[in-house]
Structure formats: structure tokens, C-alpha cells
Write a protein that binds this ligand. Structure first.
Ligand SMILES: Cc1cc2ncn([C@H]3O[C@H](COP(=O)(O)O)[C@@H](O)[C@H]3O)c2cc1C
Ligand SMILES: O=C(O)c1cccnc1
Length: 342
């Protein structure tokens, strides 16, 4: 087990807590904004810190073998169509990224279509569609290593481009199945405790999806203790890239605002691979997926928003971004109570 990463500057966090107590307001009156402001300040290493300005979102796209098997309410072809919508500025995440001045980058890790000519998509295809995890491993060991390395490289590139905060989002029909399997394997939970309705499946599909996750967990049972083998058996190229991205961001001391079930599943694996990553992450929102709720609880993360979102693409994180910016601004710009004119 590698040694844990250093957390965001504890002395800055303590200074932020003291400043928050001294602001022109009753003690604790900014509620959760106070914790967020202190976290952001500690990550930035300064108190007070400027709010996140150079925010960059990376959407990891891929198809999944399980999507031909009735685990989603939508067909596999939607993935490629949504990649086009994302880079065309018309997807949910594109609208929010534009609203909040966030640079959006779409990466093709395993989409089952040729997108190499599509402007705005970075082609890092590891394979066309990851394996159907109830019958076969999602990835070979070599593919897992490649996807992890792609994620790490992309984090490094985004940080070199000036990112002071990263958002990681997901796109790929069927991706809540591997994400849920990873959460179950990481937490030792049963499939029926964690499987959710994803894009909105009915009861019959929910029972089928639960059976798929059960079979996958059974098939991989002897290998899931190791986080890399867990990813190979139960994950996907896009999920493995997300894990690599989260570890690299935390190692570079750049914080990440998390989204729904997919990035939170990635964080569970990332934390097993490199303890201490979680301290560099904030949870943007609580999704309706039971696996995401359970994972956030286990990770000790309290989400900023709880709006019943279940879209992915980074939309929950992007919706939470203005709240984080407000928290940082309040810490920086409010008067101190002691300085007010009597
Ligand atoms: C039009 C559309 C846009 C989306 N954007 C994100 N997702 C999200 O839903 C899918 C995962 O849910 P499941 O596992 O149930 O398939 C992924 O594509 C995810 O990114 C979308 C899904 C659809 C249909
Ligand atoms: O909760 C999520 O993050 C989610 C739910 C459905 C589809 N995609 C993502």
C-alpha cells in the first residue's frame, strides 16, 4: 500500500476556520458553505484564496459490453450521438459549462463508433466497448494500465493548461452497471443494496441489472481486493481513465469537484490505489443512485446539492460550482465583525 498523500494544507484550513468565525455574521451562520470555503482555501494553500477561476471539465466516454444486454433504458448508439451533442455545445454539461465559464474536453476511451474525425474529441481509444463484465473481464491487464495512464496524462495536461479545479464527468450507455459493480466490490455490498435505475429502467430491467451485477461480482470474487484487478474485471476503459485522472490530480494537489455514480465509483477505487485522494475531492451532488449515496457515506463526503439529478456528464458538479465559488468569495470578501464601525 503506498503512503497516503498529504491532505490539503491543514494550517491553512485552520486559518480559514478562524477567519470564518471572525466574519461579520453569527458563528457558523454560513452552514456548509463554511466547510466548503475552508476546504477550497486549504486546497489552494492560501487564506483567503480567490474562487476557482480556471475550471476544466473532462468527460470520459466509452461503451460497455453490458449495454447490449438490457441493463439500460437506452440503446448503445446514444453514446456516440451524445458525444456529438457534447462537443456541439448542446448536451446538458455543455450548457452548464458555457454558463459557468468551464473548459470542456471530451475523451473517447471506448466508444463503439469511429469518432476520430470529430473535432473537439480527444481520441484515446483503448478498445471499442469494454467487455460484458458478467461474462468476461472488462479489460485486459494491459488495457487497464493504458487507460489509467491516459487518465493521469490528461489530468497533467489539464493542470498544465492552468486548471485550478477539475470536474470529471462520464458518458456511455450502460456505465452505471460497471460503476455499481465497482462500488459493490469496493464496499463489500450486495448487488441488491446498490443497483439503481440509471437512465430510468423498469422493474424487470432492474431485476435483470441486479442479476448481471451479482454474476459479475461472483465471477470476479477472488480478484477484487486489488484495485487494479477490480477495474480490469468489473470496470471499463473510461472508468479506469477516471481513476488515473483522480489519482494524478490529487498527487498534483489540484482539487476535483465530483459528480454522480461514475466519478464517485472511480474515487472509491482511486482511494484504494492511492490513499489520500479523497481529501482533494468535494462531492458536487447526491444522485438518485443508491450506490452513489452509499459510496459518499463511506468516503465521508457530504454533497453540496441534492436535487434528484441523475444525468451524469458532470452536470451535478457543474451545477454545484457556483456554490463553491460563493463560499470562496464570502471567505475572501466579507468584513470581519471586529472591523465594523460601531
Ligand atoms: C440521452 C442521454 C444522455 C445522457 N447523458 C448522460 N447519460 C448517462 O446515462 C448513461 C448511463 O445510464 P445507464 O447505465 O442506465 O445506461 C450514460 O450515458 C451516462 O453518461 C445519458 C443518457 C442518455 C440516454
Ligand atoms: O446518478 C448518476 O450519476 C447517473 C444516473 C443515471 C445515468 N447516469 C448517471
Amino acid at each position: 500500500m503506498p503512503t497516503a498523500l498529504p491532505p490539503p494544507a491543514p494550517e491553512v484550513r485552520a486559518e480559514a476556520a478562524r477567519r470564518l468565525d471572525a466574519l461579520a455574521k453569527p458563528l457558523g451562520a454560513l452552514g456548509r458553505l463554511e466547510e466548503l470555503a475552508a476546504w477550497w482555501s486549504a486546497c489552494a494553500g492560501r487564506c483567503p484564496a480567490d474562487p476557482p477561476a480556471a475550471v476544466r471539465a473532462v468527460i470520459l466516454a466509452g461503451d460497455h459490453g453490458v449495454s447490449s444486454d438490457g441493463v439500460s433504458a437506452y440503446p448503445r448508439e446514444v453514446t456516440a450521438a451524445m458525444v456529438r451533442a457534447l462537443v456541439g455545445g448542446e448536451a446538458g454539461a455543455s450548457v452548464l459549462a458555457r454558463q459557468h465559464g468551464v473548459a470542456l474536453r471530451v475523451l473517447d476511451l471506448a466508444v463503439d463508433a469511429d469518432l476520430s474525425d470529430l473535432p473537439g474529441v480527444t481520441d484515446h481509444k483503448v478498445r471499442r466497448s469494454s467487455g460484458a463484465l458478467d461474462r468476461e473481464d472488462a479489460l485486459t491487464a494491459a488495457e487497464t494500465a493504458t487507460a489509467l495512464a491516459v487518465g493521469a496524462r490528461v489530468a497533467t495536461e489539464e493542470i498544465a493548461a492552468g486548471a485550478d479545479l477539475l470536474v470529471v464527468g462520464d458518458l456511455g450507455i450502460g456505465n452505471t452497471t460497471p460503476a455499481t459493480a465497482l462500488v459493490a466490490a469496493s464496499l463489500g455490498a450486495a448487488a441488491e443494496q446498490v443497483v439503481g435505475r440509471g437512465t430510468g429502467i423498469d422493474d424487470a430491467r432492474l431485476a435483470h441489472k441486479t442479476a448481471v451485477v451479482e454474476r459479475a461480482l461472483e465471477r470476479a470474487r477472488d480478484r477484487v481486493a486489488d484495485p487494479v484487478q477490480r477495474l480490469a474485471a468489473l470496470g471499463s476503459a473510461d472508468l479506469a481513465a477516471g481513476v488515473g485522472l483522480l489519482v494524478a490530480a490529487a498527487r498534483a494537489r489540484v482539487p476535483v469537484l465530483l459528480d454522480g455514480i461514475v466519478p464517485v465509483a472511480e474515487l472509491l477505487v482511486a482511494e484504494d490505489l492511492q490513499p489520500g485522494v479523497v481529501a482533494w475531492c468535494a462531492a458536487g451532488h447526491r444522485s438518485t443512485e443508491p450506490a452513489q449515496r452509499l459510496a459518499l457515506e463511506k468516503l465521508g463526503l457530504e454533497p453540496v446539492l441534492d436535487l434528484g439529478l441523475r444525468l451524469g456528464e458532470g452536470t451535478g458538479a457543474l451545477t454545484a460550482l457556483p456554490v463553491l465559488r460563493s463560499a470562496a468569495l464570502l471567505l475572501r470578501d466579507m468584513a470581519l465583525l471586529a472591523d465594523l464601525a460601531p
